[in-house]
Design a protein around this ligand. Structure first.
Ligand code: GDP
Length: 600
């Protein structure tokens, strides 16, 4: 499918279909040019990529143009899915629960709101079954079922949120009444616009004394969300996730908004779903939380999930209760996959093991082609940065995390660290605890091991100590990131900052250097005409307009006394060491260089 053919000639240029990201080698093959020629052309464009590096579409477009090709983007997998889901609304389609995503700026109260909705809408007995934070759940209200999914709050989860918007019917944007519209609020709104998802605003924390609802509405209007009471169309409900005020009204509004949309899916067509979360359970193996989008997933079904496959062994609903089939809009926790799938991967119900396996292999090939495989570590923007400064220093790390989602989130933040001189090189990343292999790899490649929500056994820890391998484990992403930033800062070359101190004019020569000497040691007198000169000052010697040499102040005297500095208006006796013979009437600039630790 991705085998690119030339599709039509266009103004003398041949048209090629390529994915969003493509490996240099593959692009060369598709254009039928030598990889070395393509690399030379990249270098001309100041991109020093090697044959296995991944180019983004824009870069590929520029170089392909040189070889007479016009590139056309192959529609992304997400776009394809969206289209397919639309096709599901046909004969046989039935009403399904709306899928509502809650988005908003960090700390504006998403989690609290989701907890409050769960608390007030799941029957008492059942809610006892919820033992931990769930990222997806269903509630019943007035005979209607609603599926809620949480989107991780940190900006790091950018990509997941973006995809989160794709799989949902409705987005609730949470804005804190005491804080107003913030960057992540705007991002969330933009995602919903892009994905064509209707929006409902919940102004939260109205119990707080410093709330300013009008100001929030003003700010919402500024980003194109004019609320109904301001003459616009955006439904907006004032709530307090803490006290529960307004939650009922919010639920009513969600049901009303969902009724306006045609929310349907065919429970009898091919099963499709979307991985919301995944992790490796040491006892039961790979676990995934999947939102079913169409069809019905049943025990024993074969599935492919991106590049992996499996046969459903067990499914639990959000209450942890075993279920044997899952209809559209149901979030299920499932086991039976051969590996941990990526968050954001699509699950497809398959007719047999063979088909499932084959589709997974084909998908892996596409991923590889697009450079999305696990080993993909340097992005094109990174390569561009490498180009700018060939002296780039690398901080090698091995990254282990509890879930694919966290891995992806961490990678994304690391990629965004903007420095021309240092770069994080992830030698290996994976889901799972820190292993002996990790330590061995760290030893052979001089890397640090960074873990997120993972563990290290005391045996492995001792081994790491013996091998002097630094292992750090974090529970909070930004602490992890700040540790890596610290590591990067420590390998940054310090910056040298020059500060001019003053100017002098030579008035007398006291002791002249030996003729044979290679470096010039001499003593002269000079008047400080501006600023000052210090012991240890660096000197630039000018004769006329021309700089003729450099030197340093070894000793300094004023009125025959040894001093640390001589200021404007005074005469200084300077013991000089330099590379030029100073003469009367030379102009001398005194300055100092300071090394400063640089920041990222
Ligand atoms: P998230 O980052 O958007 O998930 O935000 P959280 O739900 O973790 O809430 C951030 C903080 O705001 C927590 O300390 C909550 O207790 C607090 N909070 C959330 N909702 C309310 C509310 O309605 N009123 C008040 N006073 N505090 C709230």
């Amino acid at each position: 499918m991705l085998n690119t053919e030339e599709i039509k000639p266009n103004e003398g240029k041949k048209v090629l279909e390529v994915p969003e990201r493509i490996i240099v080698k593959n692009l060369a093959e598709k254009m039928n040019v030598k990889a070395t020629d393509l690399i030379s052309e990249l270098i001309k464009n100041r991109i020093f990529a090697n044959i296995n590096d991944v180019l983004d579409f824009e870069t590929a477009e520029i170089v392909a143009d040189f070889f007479g090709f016009e590139l056309v983007r192959i529609e992304t997998i997400a776009e394809k899915r969206k289209q397919q889901l639309k096709n599901n609304i046909g004969p046989g389609a039935k009403k399904r629960p709306p899928v509502v995503v809650v988005m908003g700026h960090v700390d504006h109260g998403k989690t609290t709101l989701l907890d409050q909705i769960l608390k007030t809408n799941v029957a008492g007995e059942e809610s006892g079954g919820i033992t931990q934070n769930v990222s997806a759940y269903q509630v019943n209200k007035k005979g209607e079922t609603i599926t809620f999914i949480d989107t991780p709050g940190h900006e790091a989860f950018h990509s997941m949120r973006e995809r989160g918007a794709y799989i949902t019917d409705l987005a609730v944007i949470v804005v804190a009444a005491d804080d107003g519209v913030k960057r992540q609020t705007i991002e969330a709104v933009n995602f919903t616009k892009e994905a064509g998802v209707p929006v409902l605003v919940a102004i939260n924390k109205i119990d707080k004394a410093d709330k300013n609802i009008d100001k929030v509405k003003q700010e919402l209007a500024e980003i194109g969300l004019l609320t109904e009471d301001w003459g616009g169309k955006t439904v907006c409900v004032n709530v307090s996730a803490k006290t529960g005020a307004g939650i009922d009204e919010l639920m009513d509004m969600i049901i009303l908004a969902a009724d306006m949309e045609e929310i349907k899916a065919n429970p009898n067509c091919t099963t499709e779903g979307f991985v919301i979360e995944s992790h490796m359970d040491p006892q039961i193996g790979p676990v995934a939380i999947v939102l079913i989008q169409s069809g019905t997933l049943k025990d024993g079904d074969y599935v492919s999930v991106g590049s992996i496959w499996g046969r459903i062994k067990r499914m639990d609903n959000f209450l942890g209760k075993r279920i044997h089939k899952a209809l559209p809009s149901t979030p299920v926790t499932l086991t039976g996959l051969n590996e941990v799938p990526k968050v954001g991967a699509f699950l497809i119900g398959e007719t047999s093991r063979l088909v499932a396996e084959r589709r997974a292999i084909e998908f892996a090939k596409i991923e590889k082609e697009e450079g999305r495989g696990e080993r993909q570590i340097i992005s094109t923007s990174r390569i561009k940065e490498l180009v700018k400064s060939r002296k780039v220093k690398k901080l090698n790390i091995i990254l282990k995390a509890d879930t694919r989602g966290s891995l992806e989130a961490i990678i994304q933040i690391l990629e965004a660290i903007d420095s021309e001189d240092v770069v994080v090189q992830i030698l290996k990343m994976g889901v799972g605890n820190i292993s002996e292999t990790d330590i061995k790899m760290a030893r052979s490649s001089n890397a640090k091991i960074i873990g997120f929500n993972v563990e290290i056994s005391s045996v492995i820890e001792k081994f790491a100590e013996k091998e002097k391998i630094e292992v750090k484990i974090f529970k909070v992403i930004y602490e992890l990131v700040s540790e890596i930033k610290k590591g990067l800062t420590s390998i940054l070359e310090p910056e040298i900052v020059r500060t001019d101190l003053g100017t002098l004019k030579t008035i007398a020569l006291f002791k002249l250097p030996k003729k044979s000497a290679k470096k010039i040691d001499m003593i002269f007198g000079a008047k400080v005409e501006s600023g000052k000169v210090e012991k240890g000052s660096l000197l630039e010697i000018f004769r006329g307009d021309e700089k003729i040499g450099d030197g340093i102040v070894k000793e300094l005297q004023c009125n025959k006394k040894v001093v640390k500095e001589v200021k404007k208006g005074n005469d200084a006796g300077i013991t000089f060491e330099g590379n030029v013979l100073v003469q009367e009437n030379d102009i001398i600039v005194s300055y100092k260089n300071e090394t400063k630790m640089r920041k990222l």
